[in-house]
Design a protein around this ligand. Sequence first.
Ligand code: PLP
Length: 419
Amino acid sequence: FSELERIDPEIAEITLAELDRLRGGLQLIASENLTSPAVLAALGSTLSNKYAEGYPGHRYYGGCAEVDRAESLAIERAKTLFGAEHTNMQPHSGANANLAVYAAFAQPGDPVLAMSLPHGGHLTHGSKVSFSGKWFTPIPYHVDKSTELIDYDEVRDLALTHRPKIIVAGATAYPRLIDFAKFRQIADEVGAILWVDAAHFIGLVAGGAIPSPVPYADVVSATTHKVLRGPRGGMLLCRAEHAKAVDKAVFPFSQGGPLMHSIAAKAVALKEAASDEYRAYASSVVDNAAAMTKALEAGGMRAVSGGTDTHLALLDLRELGVSGAEAERRCEAARITLNKNAIPFDPAPPMVASGIRVGSAAVTTQGFGTDDCAAVGALIARAVRAEDGTTAGDAELADVAREVSELVARKPAYPRQAP
Ligand code: PLP
């Protein structure tokens, strides 16, 4: 770090300011986490220098013996941890992993059945602003209006009508468990590939906190930087019969040289995820999300679907008369980072939104338990209700910010080493 300070003090200062931000507030964005120093060390290593187009043992360049060892470790660790027949560790991100799934299993124009974006699906599940909606024919399914759970009857009806090439299970803002067996049944009935996009919850699967999609899916895509707590990146797990198609879809179809420092850091995160300590963390992530959600409900918010089984919850703020955008802004003023989020059947436009999404992964990493998370829920509820721009509201937000500082000081992110 001293070298960075010498060469580029501006960037050095920014990295320290970001560390202060992480230490000084609550990180509740459900797709974020706090990676370990070991993962960060691999990310900052000279493995970044190496070109290694291809796969271990079959590269286009020489000098790949060491990076081959790193990628092979990542592959073997992922296969063991998830019980997968084949894995590809090269996708640069979740969206890249998803592009590879389309490339492996569909042709342009093919129908793909996936969760509607406003009901919790991801942009790569058929949004018109992404390749998925531009190059393929998205058929969106929804949650049931009364239960706010996936409407499996609708999924089956749409599958029978449209005969999709791929059926996608998995979402960005769905707090409940997904019935993979039911999706498998529907996919088999219409001869579709079942793809589970486990970007959000693969880290809970790794720790045994929720059921695994691997036995059911043809292919599972994931990110490595959310609950899993690895470097920013993607990953694919699939059945052996699809190995060739998946590998070719990543390289050379959609990517060039792999990010070897990132793949090494994925290997480190997977080693960490195989530990007992990680299993305890994954189960705490779920307990903490439930505790936070209960406190938010007590603060006048409605939990979409009535609660959570995972690391995230969606809260409907309409009864408080506060929009998602206002809530996000007020929380930010109180050092609480979370995001506004559309709720199913949301009457508000996406940039306003009627809800917020919270996640428990980062605070669990820094050691928070259920009591801490109940306290976090109560602080969010106070911040959301504080009318910013008024004297009383701003004073309340300052009070909440002070309490947030006290809370995070007790269990800090990236604790300072004793001198
Ligand atoms: N799939 C799902 C379900 C996601 O939630 C996300 C990101 O939030 C992605 C894919 C894309 O991941 P990335 O941002 O790494 O491209």
